[in-house]
Design a protein around this ligand. Structure first.
Ligand SMILES: [Mg+2]
Length: 382
């Protein structure tokens, strides 16, 4: 089989009420669908995140020119080749090897997003060629996987405690675990808010907090000690963006709550150091932001060996395949119980892994088990 052609579809689904996390605002959800065609009539699909979308789509198209004619089943070989384009080569500017110049360091997020788009679509082809779902190729099973719903986004003009209705809604939908955004208000406000959420969801629903990197180390130690009485399963991205594994380790040993991190990491190498430091118990690598399925499988192997959990960020329709294949490191998957927060998850697919009563259920379709609603995709073309 040979790779012949690629098409990219950047999407933007606006939302009615723009929201804030602790660090950024959003007025909608973005995604890029990539289709990779082959000479055997099999087409692979992926859905990834990332911006600027034009830059990522341009990388995807350039990279497919480089691997046109290659066997799409050689996923690791193709991954290594594309990833090598980010590194210097001897005499690279003379282009004696016919390759493009090494990609500038500012392009790394877009480069790893483009690799993700290609790699995930190639795994879809692999499953379709084998006539098997990817979870089965990886040795996983179809056992349902626990999922949590994320909420508590900050919306202008809403009362701080309006989250109470939102979280009681998640519990009414059957969710057994929920995650609340933190860090937009003062620490006192957040403590009040989280006590109200714990009160409304009751003692038996797991509760996680997403800090979106809002604290320095000293302030986060104070927050962690004060919030712990609410029985918190993890605090996520607790520390400012520049703080490192050593700081996570210090935090983890200073508070009685476990830490989650990883959605902004681009490769397994930085994940390894966060895990090896002993600071992080829940690893939230997002293969649709960076580096694809091939890389998250390597991340999951690190988690398994260190006795920590792989809890991928977003994209449950894809990440369920990975978690299914690592039962001893699996814990939960993230979904959004509110269609207004993630219309792409709720409306883009005709077929995908589904959430019923807080559990993600994989399907038996070959490949990634996804089919898009192209009319919806067209309606949100960016
Ligand atoms: Mg997060």
């Amino acid at each position: 089989m040979k790779i012949t052609k690629v098409k990219t579809h950047p999407l933007f689904a606006p939302i009615r009420e723009p929201y804030w996390t602790a660090q950024e605002s959003s007025n909608g959800v973005r995604a890029i669908i990539t289709e990779i065609e082959t000479d055997q009539g099999i087409t692979g699909y992926s859905k990834i995140q990332g911006t600027p979308q034009e830059d990522i789509c341009s990388f995807i198209e350039q990279f497919i020119e480089l691997i046109k004619g290659w066997d799409p089943l050689e996923t690791t070989t193709i991954w290594e080749y594309l990833f090598s384009l980010a590194c210097p080569r001897p005499r690279a500017p003379y282009q004696e090897d016919g390759l493009p110049d090494p990609l500038p360091r500012s392009a790394r997020p877009q480069l790893t997003a483009a690799i993700a788009a290609i790699d995930i679509a190639l795994w879809d082809i692999k499953g379709k060629e084998a006539g098997m779902p990817v979870w089965k190729i990886l040795g996983g099973s179809k056992s349902p996987i626990l999922s949590y719903s994320t909420g508590g986004y900050y919306r202008e003009g809403r009362e701080m405690l309006s989250v109470i209705d939102e979280f009681s809604g998640f519990v009414a939908k059957g969710y057994k675990a929920v995650k609340c955004k933190m860090g937009f208000e003062t620490m006192e406000d957040d403590l009040e808010r989280i006590a109200a959420v714990r009160n409304v969801i009751g003692p038996n629903v797991q509760l996680m907090l997403d800090m979106n990197a809002c604290y320095d180390l000293r302030t986060c130690i104070e927050f962690g000690k004060r919030v712990a009485e609410n029985n918190i399963t993890w605090i996520e991205e607790p520390l400012h963006w520049y703080l490192q594994p050593r700081d996570y380790k210090k935090l983890a040993t200073s508070i009685p709550i476990k830490l989650a991190h990883g959605e902004r990491e681009m490769t397994r190498f930085t994940i390894r150091d966060f895990v090896d430091s002993g600071g992080v118990t829940f690893v939230q690598f997002d293969s649709t932001r960076h580096s694809g399925l091939t890389e998250i499988l390597r991340v999951a192997q690190i988690c398994e060996q260190y006795g920590v959990y792989i809890v991928p960020h977003h994209a449950a329709e894809l990440h369920a395949h990975v978690v299914s294949a690592f039962p001893s490191a699996s814990f939960m998957l993230e979904t959004h119980g509110d269609p207004e927060r993630d219309p792409i998850w709720h409306y883009l697919f005709r077929e995908r892994a589904d959430v019923v009563d807080s559990y993600v259920h994989l399907n038996d379709l070959p490949g990634l088990g996804i089919e898009f609603d192209w009319a919806f995709a067209k309606s949100i073309a960016a």
